[in-house]
Ligand binder design. Structure first.
Ligand code: AMP
Ligand code: ZN
Length: 112
């Protein structure tokens, strides 16, 4: 499958990995939008948030749990932002789901 993030999971494309277990990988975003900006992705290929199925519920929770644990480990105890963009109108550019975690700067609302 020609998927950038599957290639990162497989180790075929390098990434600055922060954490990995049997279900997820976390790595620094290549174009950070905040002093801390990393992505948490499932090892399983899921194209968009709309493709999450009931059988993926534990995996989805594990992505969230991993995000908050790593955010705090990386010094975002004052707060952080998570985002998952879905499809074109949501601003998604890589079609393998990923949770953005941004921190160590003040986040604003509404987002752009
Ligand atoms: P999205 O627009 O929500 O699909 O986010 C895709 C994110 O992946 C963007 O923030 C990109 O900067 C990031 N990205 C693209 N290629 C890589 C890569 N090779 N390593 C790390 N992050 C990447
Ligand atoms: Zn993939």
């Amino acid at each position: 499958m020609d998927c950038l993030f599957c290639k990162i999971v497989a180790g075929d494309i390098p990434a600055k990995k922060i954490y990995e277990d049997d279900l997820v990988v976390a790595f620094h975003d290549i174009a950070p939008q905040a002093p801390v900006h990393f992505l948490v992705i499932p090892k399983k290929h899921i194209s968009t948030m709309n493709d999450i199925r009931e059988e993926d519920r534990d995996l989805a929770g594990h992505i969230l749990y991993t995000a908050q644990r790593l955010a705090n480990e990386l010094g975002c105890s004052g707060g952080f932002r998570v985002a998952m963009n879905c499809n074109e109108m949501g601003g998604q550019t890589v079609y393998h789901i990923h949770l953005h975690v941004l921190g160590q700067r003040q986040m604003n609302w509404p987002p752009g």
